[in-house]
Design a protein around this ligand. Structure first.
Ligand SMILES: [Zn+2]
Ligand SMILES: [Zn+2]
Ligand SMILES: [Zn+2]
Length: 271
């Protein structure tokens, strides 16, 4: 399985509009962060053939997590040719406002894209993107073709099991996702007791760490380092990073096995 970090930045992106701070003016490409998203390429497991082709799940190779505001530029810079399924963590703007760019994948693949989210996120998507889900008033540029599925527990795509991991983002319940020994835990500042067992044995984690100062809905760097220790992960990469954290300088201060993710980072993960 291969995970590509499409975007490692917080909702404003880095550089932040109109900011002259050291990180926003940095020439290190790793200090340029688009809005948070990852792409998971799964190598079909031995179970894949056993799954009856139900239209979607069996042939899944390429899973996008969230349709960030920067989806188009992320797809171009990482040459993303296919999206077989989309998982949504929650419905904040930075995670969903690229949804219209899914149209291009509909064109190329000649099919709707299955989207998976919890009930609250699905309700928000339908409200915020009424033009996608309501019958069109006229034919024109087209709308994204999405087939929506409610997440109610673990499910299988392309022969791999996707385990939703309930997290808290302030008061808001959101989902992280675990696939094999990998977990993606963005937009959170608390892992509830019942979710820890779901993360038992993870070896590679991408985890929210906004900045050093505490925040009401995101882990700080110190909090995220503690979470990483408790998880016992071999490799932890921080994401949803704001302009307070310079890439090189922050990495030099982090403990072994913990580092900042960056846009374009590719992780090869053993299943
Ligand atoms: Zn976010
Ligand atoms: Zn700045
Ligand atoms: Zn959020």
């Amino acid at each position: 399985m291969r995970v590509t970090v499409l975007g490692s930045g917080t909702s404003h992106g880095v550089p932040s509009i109109g900011c002259d701070c050291e990180v926003c003016r940095s020439t290190d490409p790793k200090d340029h962060r688009t809005r948070p998203s990852i792409l998971i390429d799964v190598t079909p497991g031995p179970k894949a053939a056993a799954f009856r082709r139900d239209g979607f799940a069996a042939g899944v190779r390429s899973i996008l997590v969230d349709t960030s505001t920067d989806l188009r530029s992320q797809a171009l810079s990482n040459d993303v040719r296919r999206i077989d399924a989309i998982l949504f963590t929650h419905s904040h703007a930075d995670h969903i406002f690229g949804i219209d760019d899914v149209r291009r994948y509909n064109q190329m693949q000649q099919s709707p894209i299955p989207c998976y989210a919890d009930a609250d996120t699905l309700a928000s998507l339908k409200r915020m993107f009424a033009y996608v889900f309501e019958p069109p008033k006229q034919r024109g540029g087209g709308v994204p073709q999405l087939a929506i599925f409610r997440i109610a527990g673990p499910f299988t795509l392309g022969g791999v099991e996707i385990v939703p991991v309930p997290l808290f983002h302030g008061e808001l319940p959101v989902l992280g996702f675990r696939i094999g020994a990998f977990a993606y835990l963005t937009d959170c500042n608390r892992i509830p007791d019942e979710s820890w067992p779901l993360l038992d044995g993870v070896r590679t984690v991408i985890l929210d760490a906004l900045r050093h100062r505490p925040h009401s809905t995101h882990f700080s760097v110190a909090e995220a380092v503690d979470v990483s220790r408790r998880l016992g992960a071999e490799r932890t990469y921080f994401t949803h990073i704001c302009h307070d954290l310079g890439h090189a300088r922050t990495n030099a201060q982090l403990p072994p096995g913990v580092e900042l993710a960056y846009d374009g980072l590719v992780l090869e993960i053993d299943a």
